[in-house]
Structure formats: structure tokens, C-alpha cells
Design a protein around this ligand. Structure first.
Ligand code: GTP
Ligand code: SPV
Ligand code: MN
Length: 589
């Protein structure tokens, strides 16, 4: 055990005063002990062990069900380094404010020391963290989501002195005394007052995105909120595609996609479903690893048709949070297969029937399941060097404006698409749902430094990578006048992946050039085969000039926020789009 870790653990226990200190090794025996203890104190409910072996339900505090972005801070010395899209506090102010919340916070509790590795054990790109937490639920989730215990301590022993300390306490769970603070210069995380996933599983958003993005800036790589998949074609080749979609906008579902054209030889393999670390390989391509080892996925909407691989994955060795429970100890959520059961216990533990009028499962209820449970897991998911990425997709929820898919003209244009993407807010964070906001690269809540400097870093990565991926924007969520999703989505998204592959391998055929980018012909996607009407196809591929002029105006207001940090290339891309839109009358397909 490394003395630097021991020193930090000593220091923390002197202020938090736990009754016991437990160093976690990640073993089955340790996990069994923790689970038994949580079942006996009510933190976990044992589900039906015949149908859901080794599965458990956790009901969180109703005030603690999603990420709380307004309580999340980047504590850099200079506020400019946090930039206009992050909440900032000076490191000193943050520590003065938060330290008292940790004082004595673990009295009467056990302090768990969780060493963990982000990335495959053999990967040169993997990184170590150590989380101290007083929540056994966090430990059980970290065990699924990361490679925990000896494998991480071994790295520290071998001299990895860049391990990231993360201090977590449930505190009193009050949002009034909740902070998720990141100290990028010190590479330190402090989180108090929440047990919820992204706030409390510090390896995930706090380390693998916010702290790692600053490491990537300094060291020449990228930490991204992206799924990673391999698309196998009938010819047997595999095209690796990464996709940045905001929270609850479809990463897990796309990464685990079950191909409707499997009989024709089209298949999708999962590498990762939430986070992607991208490094430039010796061949000038971007190579991706998934730093995680499990999935923390949205439950509602998951069913045997939308995501059969997820339904299989969560049928054993999984933890459910804030879903409903049936009378026979099975789980239920809105959008599961079949009609709603007549009686369930809702996510707060209350009796519920379809007549109750509330949601039985919380809209942000989740499953935690090991990657190895996924039937579509790629055999390359732990390749030490990662997989070579041929295409990056940016995708949000947009009822209008953004077509089903279009391709950027080149890397700089692609970075501009990412920088200006927008999406409707979801239940993954507290606050209003369905409000369109700019969410650059799906990293608005996760970029650990100035967003405009981050765009400059992306542009620079494209200069250094001699063979960067092609960039696309996608939108599964376009609606008609009745508010109905026009695109069937889920498995049928394969058709978009197929077009993306065709574009990166065979060039510009099957597309038409528009002012915003290259848009597929309806035939290239196969809307006819899908039985979509001509009107549906029109909506999916329509570039409405008025919508786009509004879009460009809104982008401008957003870009202005960044002042002198805004890279000139992004400004030029914006002006070029404006010019292309005003110089032509845009025809619909
Ligand atoms: P985070 O875990 O929060 O990062 O979310 P995510 O990006 O992984 O999103 P996820 O795949 O869990 O999907 C979120 C919600 O969108 C779920 O309710 C899905 O059922 C729904 N969804 C996913 N893909 C599609 C799609 O292609 N079409 C439609 N209509 N809904 C989708
Ligand atoms: C997200 O909100 O993007 C998630 C869930 O993936 S959480 O881990 O809570 O951030
Ligand atoms: Mn996510």
C-alpha cells in the first residue's frame, strides 16, 4: 500500500472521525458482507432471487435522485479557467466552506477506502483514483463501475504518483449542505451531501470527465462524454464509432443496439456507453478506451424491444436505484414491456396502481450492471491501446431544426458542430426538463476547464492527429406537428450507423450537400423499407432556412459569452455557416 495514500487516509480520518476504516479489495466476500449489511439496515432490498439473482433495489432520499449541476463547482485559482459555463469558487473559499461539512461527518459510520482503476488493467492510458466514502452503496456501485482494489493499488505501488484523491461523505443528504467540488490544479475531488451516481461515484463524472479533461488538456488527449461502439458489416469489417450525446439522450441504447439487420450481417458491439478517453495513436488516428467497467443506465424506456441487451444484462448481479418493485419482488418502470402491473411499490416505497397518477419509477431511475453482463460486449473492449475511431457523432434531443443525420465538411467544421450543439434538458439533472440549451460536445456539465479553451484543444487535436475521425450530427428526436417522434429510433438507428460507415469508407456518395453539411438521401437510409411516409422522410431530412437562421442567431449569443477565449476558427465556422445559409434559398428534400 502506498504511503501517500495512507497519509491521506490518516489525515481524512482525523477530521471525519469514522468508527471504522475499511480498505476495500473488491473481492466477492467483501461485497457479500457489504450487501448483507445493507439488506439488514434497509439500504438495499433483496429482489426476487429466482428471477433476478444477486439483484438489489436501493431507494434513495427523494431529494437526492439526480446530478445537481448548480451545486457542482470547478475550483481553479483563476475564474477564467472555469469559464462562463461552469460554477466557480476559489480553492480557498471552497475548502473553507466545505471542510466544516466533513468535520465529524463519519462519526458512527464506517469509512471505506476504495482504490480504483479507470481503464483496462493493461492499458497505458488507464488512470488510478482513490475514493474515500462513508456510503456502502457507493462502494457496491464503484465495484461494478470501476476496476477496484488490488489492481489499482498495484499501479500506485509501481509508481503511478498521479492518482486522484476523491473524498465523499453522504453528510446529511440535504441539498442545502451539498457540494461537488473539483480542484483541477491539485487534481482533487470533494463531494458531500449526495449519494447519487454522478455526484458520488467519483470515478465517473468527477474524475473521468471533469478532472480527466484538464489532464487531457495538459497532456494532449481528450476525456469525453461518449459511447464507443463497433459496427460490423456483412463484409466482416468493424468500424469504430464514438458518440457524444447529453445525459439521457441515448448513449447506452446506441452502444448496446441490437441490430434488426443481423441476418444480413450487420451487428453492433459495445466498447463503452458513457465515457471515452481518446489518445492519438502512432498512425495518426484517435484511439478510444472506455475507462469504466460497468453501465449506470437509465431504466425508464428500457424494454425487450428498445434495448434487449440491457434487459438481459440487468437480469442478474445488478443494482437498481429508484425503480418500482412488483409484488413478487421483480422490478418495474415506465416503458417496460407489457401493460403496467395492477399493483407495485413505487420508487419511494408507497403503494401504486396505474390509477395513482404519478410515476412508479423515478424518471431518472437507473440500473448498475457489469459490462460483462452485456451480450453485445466487444471482444476488444479491454484492448490496452483502445480501438481506432473512424467517426464521431454529436447528438441531442431536438424537436425541430436538426435533421436525422448530417456530416461535417471537415474536422474544424465538426468541432464547430460539437461546440454549438444543443439539446433539451432531461431528468438526469435536477431542474426543468425539455428546455433547449447549448451543450457543447455533451460536456456542458462535465468540462473541467474553460469551454472555449476546450474547443481550442479539440481543434489542436485535429491538427496533431493526421487521420482524425469524420464528424456527424444526429438527432433521433425530431417530432411532427402532433409531437410524435418521426424516427423509430433504437434498433433502427443502425441504418444511420450504416450510412456513417459508408461515408467514412466510400466517400460522399448517397448524400446531398446543404449549407449545414452533407445530408443523406432518404433511399440511403431506407425510409421506404421502414414504411415511413414521404412526409416523415421530408421532416427527417429537412433543412428549414428560418429555423436555421434562428439557430445561427442563438449560437452567436452563446459564442459571445466566451470573449477572447473563443478560438477564431469557431468564429469563422459560424460566419461561414451564416454565409452559406443566406446565399442560397434552401430547398427541402
Ligand atoms: P446517461 O446515462 O444519462 O448519460 O444517458 P444516455 O445518453 O446513455 O441515454 P440512454 O441511452 O439511457 O437513453 C435515455 C432515454 O432515451 C431512455 O428513456 C431511452 O429509452 C430513450 N432513447 C434512447 N434512444 C432512443 C431513440 O433512438 N429514440 C427514442 N425515441 N428514445 C430513445
Ligand atoms: C449522466 O447524467 O450523464 C449519467 C448519469 O451518465 S450520472 O452518472 O449520474 O452522471
Ligand atoms: Mn452520462
Amino acid at each position: 500500500m502506498s504511503s501517500s495514500v495512507e497519509q491521506w487516509v490518516d489525515e481524512v480520518s482525523r477530521s471525519t472521525h469514522p468508527d471504522h476504516v475499511v480498505w476495500c479489495d473488491g473481492s466477492d466476500a467483501e461485497n457479500d458482507r457489504l450487501i448483507d449489511q445493507m439488506v439488514s439496515d434497509g439500504t438495499l432490498i433483496r429482489l426476487n432471487q429466482q428471477t433476478l439473482p444477486n439483484c438489489f433495489l436501493h431507494r434513495s432520499n427523494p431529494q437526492d435522485v439526480a446530478r445537481t449541476e448548480h451545486l457542482t463547482f470547478i475550483c481553479s485559482e483563476d475564474p477564467e479557467d472555469a469559464g462562463p459555463t461552469n460554477n466557480w469558487m476559489s480553492p480557498k473559499e471552497a475548502k473553507d466552506k466545505i471542510r466544516p461539512l466533513f468535520d465529524n461527518a463519519m462519526r458512527g459510520r464506517t469509512m471505506y477506502v476504495v482504490p480504483y482503476l479507470m481503464g483496462p488493467a493493461q492499458s497505458p492510458y488507464a488512470k488510478v483514483g482513490v475514493e474515500i466514502t462513508d456510503s456502502p452503496y457507493v462502494v457496491a456501485n464503484m465495484r461494478i463501475m470501476t476496476r477496484m482494489g488490488k489492481v489499482a493499488l498495484d499501479r500506485i505501488k509501481q509508481g503511478a504518483d498521479d492518482w486522484v484523491p476523491g473524498l465523499h461523505s453522504l453528510g446529511d443528504l440535504s441539498p442545502d449542505r451539498r457540494f461537488i467540488a473539483h480542484f483541477p490544479e491539485e487534481r482533487l475531488i470533494w463531494s458531500v451531501g449526495s449519494g447519487y451516481g454522478g455526484n458520488a461515484l467519483l470515478g465517473k463524472k468527477c474524475y473521468a470527465l471533469r478532472i480527466a479533461s484538464t489532464m487531457g488538456r495538459d497532456q494532449g488527449w481528450l476525456a469525453e462524454h461518449m459511447l464507443i461502439l463497433g459496427l460490423e458489416s456483412p463484409e466482416g469489417d468493424v468500424t469504430y464509432i464514438a458518440g457524444a450525446f447529453p445525459s439521457a439522450c441515448g448513449k447506452t441504447n446506441l452502444a448496446m443496439l441490437k441490430s434488426p439487420l443481423e441476418a444480413d450481417g450487420w451487428k453492433v458491439w459495445t466498447i463503452g456507453e458513457d465515457i471515452d478517453w481518446l489518445n492519438i495513436g502512432p498512425d495518426g488516428r484517435l484511439w478510444a478506451i472506455n475507462p469504466e467497467s460497468g453501465y449506470f443506465g437509465v431504466a425508464p424506456g428500457t424494454n425487450g424491444r428498445t434495448n434487449p441487451n440491457a434487459m438481459t444484462a440487468v437480469s442478474h448481479d445488478s443494482i437498481f436505484t429508484n425503480v418500482a418493485m412488483t409484488e413478487d419482488g421483480n422490478v418495474w418502470w415506465e416503458g417496460m414491456d407489457g401493460p403496467p402491473p395492477a399493483h407495485v411499490t413505487d420508487w419511494q416505497g408507497n403503494p401504486w396502481t396505474p390509477a395513482t397518477g404519478t410515476k412508479a419509477a423515478h424518471p431518472n431511475s437507473r440500473f448498475t450492471t457489469p459490462a460483462t453482463n452485456n451480450p453485445a460486449l466487444s471482444s476488444h473492449w479491454e484492448d490496452p491501446q483502445g480501438v481506432p475511431i473512424s467517426a464521431i457523432l454529436f447528438g441531442g434531443r431536438r424537436a425541430r431544426t436538426i435533421p436525422l443525420v448530417y456530416k461535417a465538411f471537415d474536422w474544424d467544421h465538426g468541432v464547430f458542430l460539437g461546440a454549438t450543439m444543443a439539446s433539451e434538458t432531461t431528468a438526469a439533472a435536477t431542474g426543468a426538463v425539455g428546455v433547449v440549451r447549448r451543450d457543447p460536445m455533451a460536456m456542458l456539465p462535465f468540462c473541467g476547464y474553460n469551454m472555449a479553451d476546450y474547443w481550442a484543444h479539440w481543434l489542436e487535436m485535429g491538427r496533431r492527429a493526421t487521420n482524425p475521425p469524420a464528424v456527424f450530427q444526429v438527432n433521433w428526436f425530431r417530432t411532427d406537428d402532433q409531437g410524435r417522434y418521426v424516427w423509430p429510433g433504437f434498433g433502427e438507428n443502425l441504418r444511420v450507423l450504416r450510412w456513417v460507415r459508408d461515408q467514412v469508407r466510400n466517400g460522399h456518395g448517397s448524400a446531398r450537400e446543404t449549407p449545414v453539411g452533407l445530408v443523406p438521401t432518404p433511399e440511403a437510409i431506407g425510409t421506404g423499407e421502414l414504411g415511413l411516409s414521404a412526409e416523415d422522410a421530408r421532416i427527417l431530412f429537412d433543412i428549414d432556412r428560418d429555423d436555421w437562421l434562428r439557430e445561427v442567431e442563438d449560437q452567436d449569443a452563446f459564442l459571445q459569452k466566451f470573449g477572447k477565449h473563443l478560438p477564431p476558427t469557431i468564429r469563422q465556422q459560424h460566419q461561414a455557416l451564416q454565409r452559406r445559409l443566406s446565399s442560397v434559398a434552401v430547398a427541402s428534400s
